[in-house]
Design a protein around this ligand. Structure first.
Ligand code: PRT
Ligand code: ZN
Length: 283
């Protein structure tokens, strides 16, 4: 049984459990439960505050954890990053009052900076030889300059609208973050096998995302052009049709280029184009 720590509520909870469901692990995330077993896979979920996840993975209370890279770096525990998960994207940035001139990090010399991430900030200041005071506050960091608690802030930025609403501007990005799967690095052989299966399924889920399956009828003499338009995993599947001179062509395409491909294929004579969702791709 492999134990995975995930955030109990908050920004990462939903996508963490959705990811596990996407790879076929039946997660019961009725949020009042602290621990719950998946019904169809040998994993047990441990629901915690995100701040506690790196620690429980480091001390072996959980085998894996899903948490923001920002929390992992701040806590500084000896855990390994098994996989970047592609959601919960944000950055840890320094921001200052909008009206202030900014010509470089020396701006922060002698200043007071409010943050919930003192360890990451301290490291950045040291590396840049800046002597500033760190004021640790655990919430509403963005109000610190207006409230005269600090001159500047070091906080999570995503869209940037919180900074704008508080008359602040982002001047240095210190860390790019996203949700990561972390592990302690010493699993039993049995749990390592479970992790391998999870990684195998995650890879398949990653490849399948944003893909569509396309099939169409196409005149035989347009096949070469169609193959140029549709580079598939190896090459498109082509099957003869009962109607002479026609065949059926199947391929997988990126959602982003779907409509441009549809128009290119119609231009070379494709008809009856069907577009279907892809459930899973295993290479
Ligand atoms: O209760 P618990 O301790 O578990 O949760 P929490 O309140 O500490 O964290 P939570 O749920 O707010 O965030 C969890 C993780 O989501 C963070 O550690 C980040 O890795 C990630 N994440 C992604 C974010 C954001 N985007 C984000 N925008 N975390 C916080 N914010 C906040 C930020 O603090 C700021 O107040 O949103 C505001 C900025 O957003 P924009 O879009 O206005 O720039
Ligand atoms: Zn937290």
């Amino acid at each position: 049984m492999l134990r995975i720590a995930v955030q109990s509520k908050g920004r990462l909870n939903e996508e963490s459990t959705a990811l596990l469901r996407e790879i076929g692990i039946d997660v019961d995330d009725s949020k009042r439960k602290y621990i719950s077993k998946a019904s169809n896979f040998p994993v047990e979920m441990l629901y915690l505050r995100d701040d506690d996840i790196p620690g429980v993975v480091a001390n072996g209370s959980a085998d894996l954890g899903i948490v923001g890279l920002n929390e992992v770096m701040e806590k500084g525990y000896d855990v390994e990053i098994v996989e970047k998960l592609g959601f919960g994207g944000c950055r840890l940035s320094l921001a200052i009052p909008k009206a202030d001139e900014y010509e470089g990090v020396s701006y922060f010399d002698g200043k007071k900076i409010a943050t919930s991430y003192p360890a990451i900030l301290n490291k950045f200041l040291k590396e840049n030889n800046i002597k500033a005071t760190i004021e640790v506050i655990t919430g509403s960091v963005e109000i610190a300059p207006a409230a005269r608690i600090a001159d500047a802030i070091f906080d999570i930025v995503s869209s940037g609208s919180t900074l704008i609403a508080n008359n602040l501007k982002e001047v240095e990005i210190v860390l790019d973050s996203e949700a990561v799967l972390i592990g302690s690095g010493n699993l039993s052989p049995e749990n390592q096998e479970i992790l391998n299966e999870i990684m195998f399924r995650m890879e398949s889920a990653r490849i399948s995302r944003g893909k569509k399956y396309m099939l169409m009828n196409i005149p035989e003499d347009a096949i070469d052009k169609a193959i140029e338009i549709l580079p598939a995993m190896r090459s498109p599947t082509i099957m003869p049709l009962a109607a002479k001179g026609w065949c059926s062509l199947h391929s997988v395409v990126d959602n982003d280029s779907l409509w441009s491909k549809v128009h290119q294929l119609k231009a070379i004579g494709a008809e009856g184009i069907l577009i279907l969702n892809v459930e899973k791709i295993i290479l």
